[in-house]
Design a protein around this ligand. Sequence first.
Ligand code: MCA
Ligand code: AMP
Length: 438
Amino acid sequence: MIAYLATLRLGAIVVPMNLAYRQREIEHMLSDAEPRLMVTEEAQLEVLSEVGEDGLSTVEELVLVEGLDRWLADGTPTSTSPSAHRPIAGSDLALLMYTSGTTGPSKGARLTHDNILATVTGLLAAWDWSDQDTLLLTLPLFHTHGLIVGLTTALAAGATVRLHRKFEPTAVWAELLSGEVDLFFGVPTLYRRLLDHAAGHRARYDLRHMRLLCSGSAPLSADVHETFRSVTGQTLLERYGMTETGMNLSNPYAGERRPGTVGTPLPGVSARIVDAEGCRVVEGEQGELEVRGGNVFDGYWRAPEKTRESFTSDESGQRWFCTGDLARCDPDNGYFTLLGRSTELIISGGYNIYPREVEEVLCAFPGITEAAVVGVPSEEWGEVGIAYVVCTSSFARDDLLAFCRRHIAAFKVPKEIRPIEALPRNALGKVQKHRLPQ
Ligand code: MCA
Ligand code: AMP
């Protein structure tokens, strides 16, 4: 957190990295972002030692947080004089957030100080933040949800943040019930786990003293929404965002929070729904969701082509970001409902899994000639990836899983491997993934 704030204050760029990443994912990010300074912890040194010389070639200095903690405990750190800071413009780059986006290998979404500020100011107003608030935050700080919606907005409000390194239902329930916490943010998997925990215990789980509990990053099922309300007396507020845009839509703080919807545009955000030709659909029809506003990023890092493909212009020349999410807007009340994605992206427990990346790893395993990864519904994770593989020789499933674990983050490893004689293809040879479960 200190490194994040200091880097922003300095006018340099922060590139957050998921601690679950393995050599291949880390090498990709390092070679693309070319960072000069790396802040990490001792536990990561093992995986970093597997990263090739090339991967770390731009890193001039590696700082371990364990050392930083000791250094801070030793006394007041000396501060540089304000004149050492160069002035920062709102249009300066603040964050490179890697995301799989709609296609291809992960790309750095270029977020400026103004982009972050737009999301933060929108949320401060929409969710009625104050400096009296305390937020309990257990989400990872390397994604928008934990870092911007949680940490940055809370700090901007002058509020207090209680950070937990990991989500543990017992510890979270204790904090929520303590009366000392006003807000909690989670992905749907966290709320499901809280309910599972509550179902196994004979305690009261009344949370009516809390100000706001939000869900986002993946669809919240109507079942979890309703059960949470009946168990705790709190109605979850569901909202919708993206790495590229920060927060876009939100159910109201005061007003009806409709299960299954993600509410209306946040202050400063415009949203529209278009058909395959890019024309606005008739009110109430489904189509792809596009957004615009100060929150929308200025493009992908070193990927001008991908940036161009991700934006469209309307008749008055306004630029809209194509989210890849399918949606409908209720003509009566303006609430948006998300209906899935126009792309193959799998969202599992709030983490993105891009099938092609996993398929490439599977095909690098001796004896596997073809692989297809598809998302299937899961109670625990919302959605999980399972793999269909075509192989020329028999293999031990555990060896394949261990191979995957060496090459990609554990959450991307398929939860099931199904050998298959051939992948279903259409006349053009394209794999028909929708036919695979049958
Ligand atoms: C962990 N595992 C998973 C996932 N997480 N499998 C599938 N999907 C996952 N998300 C697997 C691990 O690989 C491991 O498998 C086993 O579960 C236990 O791992 P552990 O790390 O102990 O899991 P956990 O601590 O229980 O993590 C579950 C979690 C975590 C707390 C739900 O996934 C999480 O923090 N998710 C939130 C991510 C997030 O903040 N997303 C926001 C993105 P094995 O035992 O086989 O090794 S920002 C965004 O989406 C936009 C902007 C937005 O709108 O917010
Ligand atoms: P990311 O690429 O990690 O920023 O994930 C962004 C994607 O998460 C969006 O494009 C949506 O598909 C999904 N998402 C975020 N919030 C919600 C939500 N409340 N309901 C359904 N999907 C969501």
